[in-house]
Design a protein around this ligand. Structure first.
Ligand code: ADP
Length: 471
């Protein structure tokens, strides 16, 4: 597969291979773009910006709607590509295409609602006008866990606002991303509106971040790389949105509806084999219900089928690669060595080159174990108990991260006061799957800055201009 710069299909001398995480089967080769291509892409996006910023909101909306329709028409093909390169079950991959596309339809509408303001002036012969304008060329650097949605979440609001885009998808999952751009071109994207490059991340991003024509960075990935890119954006003072790591607490109060809590735990923990940044990572369950909660969860978890994502029965696919697999095993081993009890799972199938981990529950974990201090990014539920709510909230907040938190209770007053006390950008209140295109997604603290989705999502791609009008 080839990349796209200025609407053209581009090849490079060197390429790199993409493999299926299930068995290391070769899937495709993609271009290994370097400095030259990265620079050409900036030039193309910059030129295209000078046209695209003058289009009307209705024109931008119409393009996004055409792209939406083509993605919907190609759902099965895109989902299969995603399952092959990423490993997630086909039903989840189809779900992701619909979810990714929901950002396109949402921002096709939001494009028309970029409102300005008039503010009463303090002198009779003055008027204060506030306008919103596109920020300019946007660089989007995305991870492998949601190969489609992480792209549309950035590209759709950028295009709706009047920006043009440079994309660098994750090296593990470039195929879905390239196909999405091909469909955008089929939908009539003008040359240079959406450019996509695959290749060495640092080489490409260094060119983009040092170029003052690139006015905005939108990044999803690890906190470590996010901080690095934030520093590199400082010299040209780019606008930045960062969606980084999480360490989500999952708190179950004594009056929780246990069925809801268990369903929420399964939804928040096992999607994408536990490889989402809002996956629940630390389970705090009131001591009075910790046993029934664990038993109920165990029977649900043991029913989950691990296997090839292309098999319609599969609930949990492989982890993305060897490094991810080893990290999860290290977390389980560390917990067991330090006194946690294995309730179910634990054994990785290391007999071949695939990266499967059986869904695992650990109980009697302590706050200092690796599975409680680092983001596991795998299908592991570490359970600890608490006696009073204040200490549960304190422990939940005791982390540098602040993306998503989950709280289960039937008491509405506690639901509200405790969610207000959680230092997190997203609270799933009796809800294990809070993401939605119309809601602002993003974190506090070292989980990042800025929001994706919702009315807030387009603001990230807009500059505010104040015009002081003397009459
Ligand atoms: P993950 O742990 O999810 O792979 P990363 O932060 O390593 O998260 O990767 C997210 C995205 O950032 C990918 O597209 C990756 O290629 C890119 N990336 C990784 N390292 C760098 C870097 N040093 N500079 C720029 N981009 C990077």
């Amino acid at each position: 597969m080839n990349i796209f710069i200025d609407g053209e299909n581009v090849q490079t001398e060197k390429s790199f291979d993409v493999y299926n995480p299930i068995n290391q089967e070769w899937l495709a080769s993609v271009p290994d773009a370097g400095k030259k291509e990265a620079k050409r892409a900036v030039e193309a996006a910059h030129q295209a910006y000078n046209q695209w910023k003058h289009t009307t909101a209705n024109e931008r909306s119409a393009f996004l709607n055409r792209w939406f329709q083509l993605i919907e028409d190609h759902t099965d093909e895109l989902a299969e590509t995603m399952t092959k390169e990423q490993g997630k079950p086909l039903k989840e991959a189809r779900g992701e295409i619909a979810y990714a596309n929901s950002y396109i339809s949402w921002f096709a509408e939001e494009a028309k609602r970029v409102y300005g303001q008039t503010i009463p002036a303090s002198k009779p012969d003055k008027r204060i006008l506030v306008q919103k304008q596109p920020v300019g060329v946007v660089a989007a650097i995305t991870p492998w866990n949601f190969p489609a949605a992480m792209i549309t979440r950035k590209v759709a609001p950028a295009i709706a606002a009047g920006c043009t885009v440079l994309i660098k998808p994750a090296e593990q999952t470039p195929l879905t991303a390239i196909r999405l751009v091909e469909l955008a071109n089929e939908a009539g994207a003008p040359p240079g509106l959406i450019n996509i490059l695959t290749g060495d991340a640092e080489t490409i991003s260094d060119v983009w971040l040092s170029d003052s024509r690139v006015r905005k960075l939108s990044f999803t990935g690890s906190t470590e790389v996010g901080k690095l890119l934030m520093k590199k954006s400082a010299d040209t003072m780019k606008r930045i949105s960062l969606e980084l790591g999480g360490q989500a607490p999952f708190i179950v109060l004594p009056d929780a509806d246990l069925d809801k809590a268990v369903a929420g735990a399964v939804a928040s923990k096992f999607r994408n084999a536990g490889q989402t940044c809002i996956c629940s990572n630390r389970f705090f369950v009131h001591e009075s219900i910790v046993e029934p909660f664990t038993e109920k969860l165990k029977s649900e978890v043991q029913a989950l089928k691990v296997g090839n994502g292309l098999d319609s029965e599969t609930d949990i696919g492989p982890l993305i690669d060897q490094g991810a697999y080893e990290k999860v095993i290290r977390h389980i081993d560390d917990a067991v060595e330090n006194g946690a009890e294995l309730v179910t799972g634990g054994a990785g199938d290391a007999s071949d080159e695939s990266f499967f981990i059986q869904p695992t529950i650990l109980k009697n974990v302590t706050d200092s174990m690796l599975c409680m201090t680092e983001e596991t990014f795998g299908p592991v539920v570490p359970i600890t108990s608490f006696t009073d709510e204040a200490s549960a909230i304190e422990r939940a907040n005791d982390t540098p991260f602040g993306l998503a938190a989950y709280l289960f209770t039937e008491n509405i007053s506690k639901a509200l006061t405790l969610s207000e006390a959680l230092d997190y950008g997203i609270v799933g209140m009796n809800d294990g799957a809070p993401s939605a295109a119309q809601a602002p997604f993003g974190g506090f603290k070292e989980s990042g800055m800025g929001r994706e989705g919702g009315p807030q999502g387009i603001e990230e791609y807009l500059e505010t201009k104040y015009i002081s009008l003397g009459l």
